[in-house]
Design a binder for this molecule. Structure first.
Ligand SMILES: *[C@@H]1O[C@H](CO)[C@@H](O)[C@H](O)[C@H]1NC(C)=O
Ligand SMILES: *[C@@H]1O[C@H](CO)[C@@H](O)[C@H](O)[C@H]1NC(C)=O
Length: 501
């Protein structure tokens, strides 16, 4: 046994020695080649174009090796020959955005649109009926041809979560004669659900929460609860829902408390949300859902009227409730740290009525605007700051930002970890250390960015509605992925079951 054991190990030893020797020899050879080579030591790349090998170097005087290049070929190996396949692998951060999209607003049809959307004809009590709109008998949707005559959404703080309304209007307008309403061709409403990329649920969930969650008169159940229950019943009975368990459905639930009763039962759908603060991760997460900006409540400052660095006397501005439950304890700590500073404006109270104007004026006169976590990680304050061109200072570790896959917020916002912000002197030292030039760069960027956060009807290229549809379109392939993975076994198994019957 010992002899048999020794032989193979000796043999192995020999092989290893020889390979080591060869390895060392080859490295020495390689090194020498490198030093004495006629070829410069820059990077060379062999490129395969149409089955022909090209040698590419990064040096100016490119060496063309005759044995690699066919004489007749005029192809320049430095530029990709075929654009299609090669360019689609280039890094394309932000390149999917509205600004780059080829749009043909005059003629938007299902082939040109980024997203084909099927919308349920839900009874009007779920949407425009909540605004007090009453159609003629059998009329589900209002006329949208004339933008001055669409049903109005209630003003004030309700507006913050009004994207449900703007998105629905935009879909309705996608079917108007093209001359009537000019809009970007991001989404188009299709009437055949089999041809849709996504199924839109036109429930004004935030308005339903804001306006109808309190019991009235002899009601045992609030209208908001009632509507949610009805909605769940309706949806789960639809073939469109059953097809993929609702995975290709889009539900707008921007107010953190909206859809409170239905969110679990409809949790497979894609949600449009403000943040994930009040959702368990399995119901809502950044892979599946879309974060939409709040509709700002202060007025947008026109770029031309925006005060530059030296015309903004206030260094730091904050207005909001100081005492908040949950994550909001940090507001209190910051208040005590900053309250005695001369150039800091730290004001109490939510903004309402004339307070909105005052807050808008305050932000427009400030260099930096604080965005501190409240009882949810997000708030409309960030978007109020943006439209005031006041550089946002974000102190909210759990915040989710809209369209962050195509927008780099660090270009125009300052992020500070909550744990740093409460250190004495940290915040003000950091902000006072930012030079006029640095600030002005962010301010310029802010002015460009404002358009992404505007809600309006009709929608305009690169406004919030256009951006939301694009964000949904970017999710469609992952929706497909989830659907396809689930159907791996379904097709065959259902077939079997039928045969066994
Ligand atoms: C690559 O092949 C296609 C089809 O054979 C031909 O049309 C094209 O000219 C070729 N390109 C180059 C650079 O040889
Ligand atoms: C809907 O679209 C599917 C797939 O394109 C098609 O097979 C079906 O006939 C269409 N239904 C109607 C009513 O047009």
């Amino acid at each position: 046994m010992s002899e048999k054991g020794i032989f193979p190990s000796r043999f192995l030893f020999c092989i290893m020695t020889i390979s080591m020797f060869l390895l060392i020899l080859s490295s020495v050879f390689l090194l020498q080649f490198g030093n004495t080579s006629l070829l410069p030591r820059s990077g060379f790349k062999l490129i395969l174009v149409n089955g022909t090998v090209y040698l590419k170097s990064n040096v100016k005087n490119e060496l063309k090796l005759p044995f690699f290049l066919p004489e007749s070929s005029q192809a320049d190996a430095r530029t990709p020959v075929k654009t299609g396949d090669l360019t689609c692998h280039k890094p394309n951060y932000g390149k999917e955005m509205c600004v780059y999209r080829q749009r043909n607003i005059e003629s938007c049809n299902a082939d040109q649109a980024l997203l084909r959307v099927y919308m349920y004809d839900l009874p009007s009590e779920f949407h425009f009926g909540l605004l007090g709109w009453k159609g003629k008998s059998n009329q589900v949707w209002p006329e949208v041809n004339d933008p001055t005559r669409i049903p109005a959404y209630p003003g004030g703080l309700n507006l913050q979560h009004s994207m449900e309304y703007w998105l629905t209007l935009d879909l309705l307008s996608s079917n108007t004669p093209s001359a009537a309403v000019v809009r970007p061709c991001a989404a188009i409403r299709v009437t055949n659900s089999s041809e849709a990329d996504i199924v839109f649920v036109p429930f004004f969930a935030s308005l339903s929460y804001n306006r109808h969650s309190k019991l009235r008169g002899k009601e045992k159940v609030s209208v908001n609860k009632l509507l949610q229950n009805k909605l769940v019943k309706f949806l789960t009975a639809q073939n469109e829902w059953k097809r993929f368990g609702g995975k290709d459905h889009l539900i707008v639930a921007h107010h953190p408390n909206s859809m409170l009763d239905a969110r679990r039962k409809l949790g497979f759908a894609m949600f449009v949300l403000a943040d994930f603060g009040r959702y368990p991760a399995e119901i809502a997460n950044i892979e599946k859902d879309v974060i939409a900006p709040y509709r700002h409540v202060v007025k947008t400052i026109p770029s031309a009227d925006s005060a530059p660095f030296e015309k903004r006397p206030i260094l730091v501005f904050f207005q909001g409730a100081i005492y908040r439950k949950d994550g909001g304890a940090i507001r209190q700590e910051l208040y005590y740290l900053l309250k005695d500073e001369k150039d800091v404006h730290f004001a109490f109270g939510t903004i309402q009525g004339n307070g909105v104007n005052q807050a808008g004026h305050g932000m427009a006169s400030s260099k930096f605007c604080l965005n501190i976590a409240g009882d949810t990680p997000s708030s409309n304050r960030l978007f109020d700051a943006i439209v005031s061109h006041c550089v946002p200072v974000i102190i909210s570790d759990e915040i989710e930002l809209p369209f962050e896959d195509v927008i780099d917020y660090s270009e125009f916002c300052i992020f500070i970890r909550a744990s740093d912000a409460v250190k004495k002197g940290y915040l003000l030292n950091l902000l006072r250390g930012i030079t006029k030039d640095q600030w002005t760069k962010m301010w310029e960027k802010l002015k460009e960015t404002v358009r992404y956060f505007q809600y309006q009807y009709p929608s305009q290229p690169c406004d919030a509605i256009d951006m939301i549809w694009e964000a949904v379109a970017r999710k469609v392939s992952s929706v497909r992925l989830r659907i396809h993975r689930e159907s791996r076994y379904r097709r065959y198994n259902e077939h079997q079951v039928e045969r066994l019957r």
